[in-house]
Design a protein around this ligand. Structure first.
Ligand code: C2E
Ligand code: CA
Ligand code: CA
Length: 653
């Protein structure tokens, strides 16, 4: 039964129309994410508007039954009550779209849910509808109207049920206004039954639209101020929704590998502008929103087949090949583009995050064939699984201190004795995943924040071993210990190391701390402070892996290293006589001149990866002070190292 007061009293409706226009205009002007809830709200606005318009029209036709055409009167009533029904069903669907992904909305469930509204709409279209007008009230009644009333009751009940059941997942910011809206609508429905003379159905619609509008996310919440891009939060909302509702889709992630270089060279402002500009251009080309999903990475969510995605990303790659004009500089983004299929490779936002972490760490040179787009596949998934397994293993190992230290002797070419050793860490567990090189697990430990515990363990072990066996008096003048850049950034590093040295009564001069070139060139005040403080104590520093990064000669002279360790990659090509490659030709020039230069700077040299007698002879003749490599010994456990020291004289002299 839908009542109207006779005599065209439509003040409430007009007030509602005014508010309606306010919500509609705000909704249209606001920048919004293309989320399902936003889309449903858009449809609710449309249906609500239709209902308001026909509410007013029916007041006219029912009060002018004699003059208005019966068909028009019937149609106006049909649209009025039908749209009210659809509106309340949409409200229910809106609330359902807010619930968590653990409860996926299957197509079957949606069909079942839409059944009451579908049936009642059929009843509205085909069923009898009568009109009553006694001069005081006017209303439509009959089978059609009753089915609509029943359908509305079902949806209001369901909406209330879903709201209460999932209130914790929905969150109070959304739960409170929407519950108020639903509560008000239930009250209005009951009041209508009791007081047919009150014209409040339009009030219910406007209030619902208003309360939902209040609960909508503020665009500021998901747009980044600096870049103007949609941020991580916006992406998470969209991804979460896509995973809940869509069968298959792709996330295209564009990693900007030279962004750090751009920040260092041109500053953050230019880099932000470049990112914003890039995102806008990509948005235009791909016709989907672009999100800044993590530092140095832009992502888009694309539906469609692998082939469609390939076509889209090919266009993207061509676009990224061009430079971007920012202020008066043209910048060029060096990119890797990945297409990651869902739900094949990830089913939750967290799983996607893990994939992104993994891809971000890949080398920029991962794409030697210059494919426009790299499809994330089984091989990458396997590598990620191994990474996750190593993470779990490392977490356990750190808890149980399940590591040990091996020692690789270092030979002095002048005294022809073993004068030092490098301490290298090993994971004890070789059962679960087989042997894992520190080259593989150290970066993962750094990423997980476990490297400090491992570093402390290694330092402690070396000290305990050296003290117990009195190594300083057995010809071991110093011990090489690797320090990760993360350790160097710890403000307590110096105090911690000093405490351990003191416990074992070891002189700071006994320690040569190996840091990589990159660590030394990082602009961190703590690194500088630690190096200065440890030097003041008497510790020495070795520059590790010289020749692998950008060799910063200025820095090398600035922070006086006692030792420069030449990386294998600098040594091996020199001895590569068999294949007289361009590389070996170049190294015939580079290696001797590097050795001469380091000698002139007054630092000692260690050559790593010495595997043959010929290498020993040649490097010693060149002026290299220390040699380390399999020719003398592989890295060995402590007792074996002691045995090695004892037998060395017999073996090599
Ligand atoms: P690194 O500091 O450059 O260590 C030298 C690596 O070269 C060692 O690998 C060693 O076993 C290997 N090596 C030595 N001589 C030869 C040779 O003649 N031929 C060949 N083919 N290889 C040789 P390892 O022990 O697997 O360590 C790998 C890397 O892991 C190290 O490179 C270092 O960066 C890191 N690492 C190892 N232990 C620690 C540690 O306690 N703390 C930190 N922060 N990093 C560590
Ligand atoms: Ca080292
Ligand atoms: Ca090294």
């Amino acid at each position: 039964m839908f009542y109207h007061m006779t005599g065209l009293h439509i003040d409430t409706q007009f007030t509602c129309v005014c508010f309606y226009i306010l919500f509609l205009s705000q909704y249209l002007c606001k920048k919004k994410l293309p989320t399902r809830t936003n889309r449903i709200y858009g449809i609710m606005l449309l249906v609500g508007g239709l209902n308001l318009a026909f509410d007013i029209l029916t007041v006219y036709t029912i009060t002018h039954l004699t003059t208005s055409h019966p068909l028009i009167n019937r149609m106006a009533h049909q649209i009025f009550i039908g749209s009210l029904d659809v509106f309340i069903a949409l409200l229910c669907y809106y609330v359902l779209s807010l619930i968590p992904r653990e409860r996926p909305l299957t197509p079957r469930y949606i069909v079942l849910l839409m059944l009451p509204v579908a049936l009642s709409l059929i009843a509205v279209l085909t069923g009898p509808l009568s009109y009553y007008n006694d001069g005081k009230y006017a209303y439509s009644w009959g089978f059609s109207a009753n089915t609509v009333y029943l359908s509305i009751a079902i949806y209001l009940f369901l909406t209330f049920y879903y709201l209460l059941r999932y209130r914790l997942h929905i969150g109070s910011r959304i739960f409170v206004p929407i519950s108020i809206a639903v509560g008000v609508e239930i009250a209005i429905a009951l009041l209508q039954l009791r007081h047919p003379e009150w014209l409040i159905s339009s009030l219910g619609i406007t209030l619902i639209l208003g309360f939902i509008y209040v609960s909508l996310a503020n665009p500021g919440e998901y747009t980044e101020k600096q870049t103007g891009c949609l941020g991580r939060y916006a992406f998470q909302i969209m991804l979460d929704e896509k995973l809940r509702f869509d069968d298959t889709f792709y996330v295209i992630s564009i990693f900007l590998d030279n962004q750090n270089f751009i920040i260092n060279t041109f500053g953050h402002r230019m880099s932000d502008q470049m990112l914003g500009r890039l995102a806008k251009t990509l948005e235009k080309t791909m016709a989907v929103p672009i999100y800044h999903t993590r530092s140095r990475c832009l992502s888009a969510i694309c539906s469609g087949s692998a082939e469609a995605v390939r076509i889209q990303t090919d266009a993207l790659a061509a676009l990224l090949d061009q430079s971007i004009q920012v202020e008066h500089t043209s910048l060029h983004a060096q990119t890797r583009i990945y297409a990651i299929a869902a739900p094949q490779f990830f089913k939750t936002p967290d799983a996607f995050e893990a994939i992104q972490d993994h891809l971000a760490l890949q080398s920029p040179n991962v794409n030697p064939d210059h494919q426009p787009v790299l499809f994330y596949g089984e091989a990458e998934a396997k590598a990620l699984k191994r990474r996750v397994d190593i993470q779990t293993l490392l977490q356990k190992a750190v808890m149980k201190q399940d590591f040990h230290v091996v020692y690789q002797p270092i030979y002095n070419t002048h005294t022809q004795t073993i004068q030092s050793a490098e301490a290298l860490v090993r994971l004890n567990d070789t059962q679960t995943l087989g042997f894992i090189s520190p080259e593989e697990f150290i970066p993962i430990a750094e990423h997980l924040g476990l490297i400090e515990d491992i570093g402390r363990f290694v330092f402690q072990e070396v000290c305990a071993f050296s003290h117990k066996n009195d190594l300083p008096n057995k010809g071991i003048a110093f011990m090489e210990i690797n320090l990760s850049v993360i350790q160097c950034m710890n403000p307590n590093l110096t105090a911690e190391l000093k405490a351990i040295m003191d416990t074992y009564h070891l002189d700071p001069g006994y320690f040569n701390l190996e840091i990589t070139e990159t660590a030394a060139t990082l602009d961190s005040p703590f690194i500088d402070k630690n190096i200065t403080a440890l030097k003041a104590l008497g510790c020495h520093f070795s520059m590790d892996d010289y020749g692998t990064g950008y060799s910063n000669l200025a820095r090398m002279t600035e922070t006086p290293y006692t030792i420069i360790k030449l990386d294998k990659s600098l040594i091996w090509p020199y001895f590569n006589h068999g294949t007289y490659t361009q590389e070996s030709k170049r190294s015939r020039v580079i290696l001797p001149s590097t050795v001469a230069m380091v000698n002139d700077l007054g630092a000692s040299i260690v050559a790593e990866g010495v595997e043959t007698k010929a290498m020993v002879k040649s490097l010693a003749a060149m002026g290299v002070d220390y040699l380390q490599g399999y020719y003398f010994s592989r890295p060995v456990p402590d007792l074996e190292f002691l045995e090695f020291l004892d037998t060395f004289i017999k073996q090599f002299t």
